[in-house]
Design a protein around this ligand. Sequence first.
Ligand SMILES: C[S@@+](CC[C@H](N)C(=O)[O-])C[C@H]1O[C@@H](n2cnc3c(N)ncnc32)[C@H](O)[C@@H]1O
Length: 449
Amino acid sequence: MAKKGARDLALDVLNRVEEHKSYSNLELRNVLDRSDISSVDAGLVTELVYGTIQRKLTLDFVLSQFVGGKKVQTWVRNLLLLSLYQIRYLDRIPERAAVHEAVEIAKRRGHQGIASMVNGVLRNALRQPDVWDRVPKGDKAKQIAVTHSHPEWLVRQWVKLYGEEETKAICEANNRAPHTSVRVNTLKISKAELAAKLQEEGMDAKPSALSDQGILLMNGGHAAGTRWFKEGYCTLQDESSMLVASAVAPEPGMRVLDACAAPGGKTTHLAEVMGNRGEIIANDVHPHKRELITSTAKRLGISIIEPVVGDALDLPDKGLGTFDRILLDAPCTGFGVIRRKPDLKWNKSPEDVRSIAQLQYQLLVSLSAMVAPGGTLVYSTCTIEPMENQDMVRRFVDKHPEFVLDATLRDDLPEAVRDKADESGAFVQILPHHFDSDGFFIARLRRIG
Ligand SMILES: C[S@@+](CC[C@H](N)C(=O)[O-])C[C@H]1O[C@@H](n2cnc3c(N)ncnc32)[C@H](O)[C@@H]1O
């Protein structure tokens, strides 16, 4: 059988995601692992898969103008969406090449009739470029949803919360590729030294405005393949996530609990800030993730982290004592990281927001019992849903008078971020377009001493 090309493989991934209702990153890895495609073509497969999923609603809208209510087999539909994606969003692929490849795939997988239909739809799309602009005017939320390919219920919710312009900016940011950023391991090297070393290797390394330990790699590059990564001089991490260590602000020698710690990005950051002195219990519910924490700590030369496996709801019963600092980096809907995981926006429902918020609240209550008097509880998520963020923390503080909102959080944040803190000074909500970083929420509470 002829070797499959990038578009054929991308189509396999899209079909499998739909058939198995699975995540695209897992299916992508499955398909790429079994192929002997070059790394450049693997990059194209990845771009085609994520791009088609990301722009799904817009592509569906355009396709519906040509196929209307006609029944189209799933693989043919995916082939058409994949090809429309190339035509609209990938400048480097000539339109004719996208159409030609689609027709050849349709012939191979189906028959001449399907190939003619695919050819007809795509040529019509090329002849009528205004199909992309025929989004019905009037209902602004619907217009934003279709134009920027986000679920309508989510856009309606954001419009209510943030207004139309900000919602549009959020959706646009969610459709942009994320920057690569690394966190310097200050146990081994300074930020300036590492930035200089990376520049010597041709990377366009710039200091992050969001974190004293952050470096942005403007021309991308495979940071995890560098010797600097392998030898533990840095960790791949988004800039917004780096803010959490500033909020926890642990000191050398302290006892710290990271209740939902895997894969260990923030735990290891806390250990670096503590100068690898003190004690960090790093808990996660999934046994298979323990190894991720252990291996990252080893790579970075960190020895103060003790990985623990278990439900964070049960931690108070384990006789662990109290902690100076507790971090609850909670499981969440992840609506702040849609640009990295485009499936998220299609797979989650309003019901998911409610049920995850319930779990988050229980976690907060449970862990609060382990904060030492005068100690700090930091709550963070990578979502932008108030029900999981501000509303939840306010509800908790209202019912737990032994905790107060810690207004000094704002002062501990880097200057660039301070005006994103709310009027209480204890919350910060980063939206994806603020700094082109992940959407992220952080709150700091203090137990009355
Ligand atoms: C947002 S991620 C944590 C990311 C991590 N803090 C980091 O920076 O690398 C949330 C984690 O919570 C874990 N988790 C989910 N439910 C949990 C529970 N009930 N108890 C403990 N961990 C849980 C998940 O396995 C996941 O690894």
